[in-house]
Design a protein around this ligand. Structure first.
Ligand code: SF4
Length: 116
């Protein structure tokens, strides 16, 4: 996480909202068929029969927006543009999810310790 994103995350104190829906615009002429977008978000980014990205524009609902963003970031050719919140939002949301997973893990360990 960048310093700015980390500072913003601390300011938010975990209070970042859930992801909104986003718009995606791709630039197929730039696509070299690495397939990273599809590996990160198979439900969002289909590939065509040549392994290149198979969509130009689309609306992505909130439940897939986070995957759409990180898969776009994974594209080595910068083929995918996600129109939505800035990077800072996605970094804060990822940090919140990590904190939630840690909290769940620690609660499960505490439960095991008290019963075992
Ligand atoms: S990751 Fe980028 S270059 Fe690779 S298939 Fe997807 S859009 Fe194309």
């Amino acid at each position: 996480m960048s310093t700015a994103a980390h500072q913003r995350w601390q300011q938010l104190d975990g209070a970042v909202d859930d992801a909104p829906d986003v718009l995606v615009h791709t630039h197929p002429a730039l696509c070299c068929g690495w397939g990273d977008c599809h590996r990160w978000a198979p439900d969002v980014y289909p590939l065509d029969e040549h392994g290149h990205i198979g969509v130009h524009r689309m609306h992505v609902p909130p439940e897939h927006a986070e995957d759409a963003y990180w898969a776009a970031r994974a594209c080595p050719e910068h083929t995918i543009t996600v129109i939505g919140p800035p990077e800072e939002f996605w970094m804060a949301l990822r940090a919140r999810r990590s904190a939630e997973r840690l909290e769940t893990h620690l609660a499960a360990r505490a439960q095991d310790a008290s019963t075992g």
